[in-house]
Design a binder for this molecule. Sequence first.
Ligand code: AKG
Length: 196
Amino acid sequence: MKLDLESDVHYYESFLNQKTAHELYEYLLKKQQVDIPHSMLVQGERLRYNFGKLTFIDENLLRVDVFPEVQMGRTTAWPEELKNLKKEVESLAGKEFQIGVCIFYPDGISGVDYHSDLPAIGDTNCLPSLSLGEERQFSLRHIASQKEFHIELKNGSLIIMGDKTQDLYEHALLTNPIYKNGRINITFRQYGFSAD
Ligand SMILES: O=C(O)CCC(=O)C(=O)O
């Protein structure tokens, strides 16, 4: 379903069925320990955050250490268990994603404020984002008009922020204490820039 916005944003409510989504959530918690709180060294000081983070990276990039752990937090090669999912996302989006940023929000006290994902390590003109666990409200705010759009992201859903979304909108997972359970999000990211 295309969302009623000025840029290309598509929402796939049942990208994964409930059973698969639940199994993936459990796998990421139990085997990959995405709930380990994110921490980073900033000017010699270790900052700790109220969310977990683990970044999956293509092996060739991991080998050349493009993403040092002190900057990125925990990183690991894409595990076998996620490779099919990665392929399915790539085939739907028509792009390859070298990086998967996996965030664990323990409850509604944890979120991320409005921001745009401007190109840094790669193009951000296509950002698929998978939701697992607690259904949470996701918000997009039109930069020029400040008009907000809200959508509930279901367990197993995929939202793809396409062309112009990062230029025209900011997005957020606003904190709200009504949410009591954990949620995992994986955003699929490109490394590098295409010529066009
Ligand atoms: O958890 C989410 O759905 C939002 C993640 C996000 O805003 C981001 O990765 O830039």
